[in-house]
Design a protein around this ligand. Structure first.
Ligand code: BG6
Length: 608
């Protein structure tokens, strides 16, 4: 996720802003920039790569500028490059902005602004904001920002400066974080508190729609209409580490709770208002998609589970045969390739050795390769013909969480796009699914906000020596991921099985009160799953079920139910995995284990 820093004060802003960017590095980025209001106008420096490149480009020269903006960019629209790095300017160069998030309607805005004679210098969505502010100029920067907001769709936070008002910074937010730091004769904007924590602990957390004007000696808050607002100042109690974790006890828990935002970012600009999917950024046209005769999915670990979950949806919705394999097997089993087989490499890091090798093997054999990755500029983006990005932001916890659900969401977009191109489903049914997918981030938000019995369940079973996970269809794939999470961070042996296979072995493992997690995918196979649950209960095991709110059968079959909001069963896996992430998390926490860095595991396995 991008990082924003804004500063207005009585001392030189350059070192303050650069230090603030350094403290936002944990958010992940691929380029950075700074803009300062100097005597002659706005001076902007941008650089690709890590902050050392920006520091070198900005040079050691002392600047007396007391107002400026800084930005670390996590590329979404437009590759990592100096031209695409923020800050972005308007045509006059007298306005400069930095943005975090997505302007979903940037294409139509850019077209209209271009018709009005604006010239663009980047491929980004963010740049349109600078030109919108220019268009709405004449009544002051804050009014121009409010005017721009009236035309923008999406979710974003941005800050703006103007050479015509050299003593202010204006900032606003809509579904992306922006906080104000209140200093002594200096004020700060930032995407996250660590950016200014060494200067002040006095914080004002903004609400969606707030438009804030900062001057050295204070802040003026209004709503989008310009009506004055009052915002409470609080004292941030934590230290730097707590701030980087946004107050959560671990990165993993923070990242579990970042899933709604990661889903929103991944879907933004790709799910149209009418429910159709726009993946034109990927470059696979209708003809190409129609010609496909088969899809191979290759991945490792949690990414493999994302592929397995959506392999069901691709076959059911797009009627394209899908094979999926762990990359370390795929690369050595001499698979048969052909030009009409699309190979999809799912890798959040874009660096997993086995997945890269599998992708290279496919490409050398003449099959087109799509990389689904969370990391711009990673090796996977270079070893592929097409790239589809998840936009989950940097994931620090070794056990993947938000990147997994973002992968599922991105793959579902692909499934819908494929079905549309191939006419495999009625268009109104596809649009309805697209509309439903748009609601999933909000459903995830609601789910994470619910009180739940997970901690009590974790307390009850944290000493267990074994967990069995059972499911059917996509529910089975979710079980694989849930079982892996528990194994990875609590070191408890687990096994995930297709429920229909239970009588062929796993049932021998059950004892009285053995914990059995069941993911009740409420698709057509649910009645079969009910029989399996009965068989489990007949052996005295404790059933912990994951089920949708409207399931009125599961309650009497289970000792505990982890309820999730109702949605289409193709989309439900995104929600179903969340309680299983939290169950694993709390069990590991009770056992006093380090969930962010579990023993023997690495975040990215760059060797075979
Ligand atoms: C493992 C990580 O090392 O690699 C997992 O611990 C991850 O969380 C797996 O799923 C695959 O990584 P990637 O980057 O290829 O998705």
């Amino acid at each position: 996720m991008c990082g924003i820093v804004g500063y207005v004060g009585r001392r030189p802003g350059k070192p303050v802003i650069l230090d603030g960017l350094r403290r936002l590095e944990y958010r992940g980025y691929d380029s950075a920039g700074i803009a300062l209001i100097e005597e002659g106008g706005i001076d902007t420096v941008r650089a690709v790569g890590n902050l050392d490149a920006l520091f070198a480009a900005a040079g050691e020269n002392r600047s007396e500028a007391c107002v400026g903006l800084g930005h670390t960019r996590w590329a979404t629209h437009g590759k990592p490059s100096e031209e695409n790095a923020h800050p972005h300017s308007d045509c006059s160069g007298r306005i400069s902005i930095v943005l975090n998030g997505i302007v979903e309607n940037y294409k139509e805005l850019r077209a209209r602004l271009t018709e009005h004679g604006h010239t663009f210098t980047s491929e980004t969505d963010a740049e349109v904001v600078a030109h919108l502010i220019e268009e709405h100029g004449g009544k002051g920067l804050a009014a121009a920002v409010r005017g721009a907001l009236g035309e923008m769709d999406g979710h974003y936070a941005f800050c703006a400066i103007s050479a015509d008002e050299p003593d202010v910074v204006v900032g606003t937010r809509h579904e992306c974080p922006l906080v104000v730091g209140v200093g002594e004769h200096e004020m700060f904007f930032a995407s996250a508190i660590p950016a200014f924590l060494t200067h002040t602990r006095r914080v004002v957390v903004l609400e969606d729609g707030d438009v804030v004007t900062l001057r050295a000696d204070g802040a003026e808050y209004t709503d989008v209409a310009g009506e004055p607002l009052v915002r409470e100042e609080t004292e941030f109690p934590g230290d730097d580490d707590a701030a980087e974790k946004a107050g959560y006890e671990t990165f993993m828990l923070k990242e579990i709770h970042e899933q709604p935002a990661a889903l929103r970012d991944t879907l933004a600009g790709r799910l149209c208002e009418d429910g159709t999917v726009d993946l034109s950024e990927v470059g696979m046209g209708d003809d190409f998609l129609r010609r496909l005769r088969r899809i191979f999915i290759v991945a490792c670990g949690t990414s493999y589970h994302a592929g397995l979950i959506v392999s069901y949806a691709i076959e059911q919705l797009a009627r394209v045969p899908v094979q999926i394999d762990v990359a370390s097997e795929f690369r050595y089993r001499e698979p048969v390739f052909d030009p009409d087989t699309l190979v999809i490499g799912i890798t959040q890091s874009g660096e997993s050795a086995d997945t890269l090798a599998a992708m290279r093997l496919a490409r050398e054999a003449g099959s087109p390769v799509l990389a689904l990755t969370n990391t711009p500029g990673s090796q996977a983006t270079r070893d592929s013909d097409f790239v589809l990005y998840t936009r989950a932001g940097l994931e620090i916890g070794v056990a993947a969480t938000k990147t997994h659900t973002a992968q599922v969401a991105a793959m579902l977009l692909l499934a819908l796009r494929l079905a549309w191109a191939r006419g495999s489903m009625p268009e109104d049914a596809l649009k309805a699914l697209g509309h439903e997918l748009r609601t999933v981030p909000e459903l995830a938000e609601q789910l994470l906000a619910r009180p739940s019995a997970i901690k009590e369940i974790a307390e009850r079973y944290h000493d267990e020596r074994f967990f069995l996970y059972l499911g059917r269809g996509m529910g089975f794939a979710v079980c694989l991921e849930g079982a892996l999470k528990l194994k990875e961070i609590s070191y408890i042996p687990t096994e995930a099985y297709a429920a229909g296979e239970m009588k062929h072995g796993p049932i021998a493992l059950l004892d009285v009160e053995s914990p059995v997690v069941v993911v009740a995918d409420d698709g057509p196979v649910f009645p079969k799953l009910v029989s399996n649950i009965e068989e489990v209960r007949a052996r005295g095991a404790d059933v912990i079920a994951v089920a949708t709110d409207d399931n009125d059968v599961i309650g009497e079959l289970s000792r505990d139910v982890l309820w999730i909001p109702k949605t289409d069963h193709h989309l439900a896996p995104i929600l179903a995995v969340i309680p299983l992430q939290l169950l694993a998390y709390h069990i590991a926490g009770i056992k006093g284990l380090n969930v962010d860095q579990p023993r023997n595991l690495a975040k990215t396995v760059t060797v075979e």
